[in-house]
Design a protein. Structure first.
Length: 320
């Protein structure tokens, strides 16, 4: 046994000696980015593109929340504690002006971008071109991290049978309402003032598929099924802040993604929501998958992002 133990230690030590040492785990909070760039560059014209791309407002929220939380440090402060950060951008002088992604990362599951510039005059154009790409890639990396280590999930039978829909929800979401046309799941812990909810419903497509039509349909359905605690109150779309609407496709089907605010009509309650409207012409319906959040006094970005990740991972099952 002692011979086996020392042989194993020798084998591991040999591997480490050959340059295959294990990287440390990445650190930092979700949507947090460390940018290693010296102050004169960061606060000058060259840093404008990075600041604008990383600090742009999250759409669909009534107050300003940045896309990312940025920690900017000078190159002289770039110590070991920062090298393992989950999202890391390094701007430094080099032999040529070039941008590198994910090369020789300092930590496991790290997103790394190195921007090298030959002259300071090269930086504005270089960062102007790549800053939006960086922001997109960081968002995709955060989504991947969630997908790689998701919370325990299950496939609700009500969605399979009622909507031919595969959509796994975290186990903490409990069924609130199940009708032939409307399903409502919710996470609402008794010791916290937070509600995360998921609606799945459908309606017959008998008119144009555009923002006005789908929002009117949304309000009509929610008025029927989602009531507040006071008499005569129901959920509806807050129109004082126009929703942010974008297009998407599922296979060959046309879809609209909506981010906006909801409120309880005739009551004092509201929050944010994200919805996927799919014009399912194959099954002659509009399928809606929606996540809503009630979390008063707290930032909404991360929770809304997680809801979006949950509801976007859906598949329409064959009806055969």
């Amino acid at each position: 046994m002692r011979h086996f133990y020392f042989s194993l230690v020798f084998l591991i030590s040999s591997c480490i000696g050959e340059g295959t040492s294990v990287l440390p785990s990445s650190t930092g909070a979700i949507n947090e980015v460390v940018v290693v760039i010296d102050d004169p560059i960061w606060y000058g014209d060259s840093g404008d593109s990075l600041r604008q791309s990383f600090s742009s407002e999250v759409p669909g929220i009534s107050w300003s929340e940045p896309l990312f939380d940025v920690i900017q440090i000078n190159s002289t402060a770039f110590s070991r504690i920062f090298k393992s950060h989950r999202n890391l951008v390094i701007v430094q002088k080099g032999q040529q002006s070039k941008v590198y992604f994910d090369t020789k990362t300092y930590a496991q599951n790290q997103w790394l971008c190195i921007v090298e510039y030959q002259t300071i005059e090269d930086l504005p154009k270089l960062l102007g071109r790549y800053a939006p790409i960086m922001a997109y890639q960081i968002g995709q990396k955060e989504h991947q991290r969630y997908t790689d280590t998701p919370p325990p999930k299950r496939q609700p039978e009500a969605l399979s049978k009622g909507f031919n829909l595969h959509l796994e929800l975290p186990n903490e979401y409990k069924l609130v309402l199940d009708t032939n046309r409307f399903c409502w799941f919710e996470y609402s812990p008794p010791d916290k003032e937070i509600i995360k909810g998921v609606f799945v419903y459908e309606y017959t497509s008998n008119s144009s598929f555009n923002s006005n039509v789908i929002l009117s349909a949304r309000d009509s359905v929610l008025q029927q099924f989602v009531f507040g605690s006071s008499e005569g109150s129901y959920m509806t779309t807050e129109r004082l802040y126009p929703p942010y609407i974008s297009t998407y496709t599922y296979n060959t089907l046309e879809g609209l993604k909506v981010k906006g605010l909801w409120k309880m009509q005739n009551a004092f309650m509201g929050g944010v929501f994200v919805s996927y409207f799919l014009n399912d012409t194959i099954n002659d319906r509009v399928l809606v998958i929606e996540g809503f959040l009630f979390n008063p006094g707290e930032d909404k970005r991360n929770s809304l992002q997680e809801l979006e990740w949950v509801i976007s991972d859906f598949k329409i099952q064959s009806s055969n």
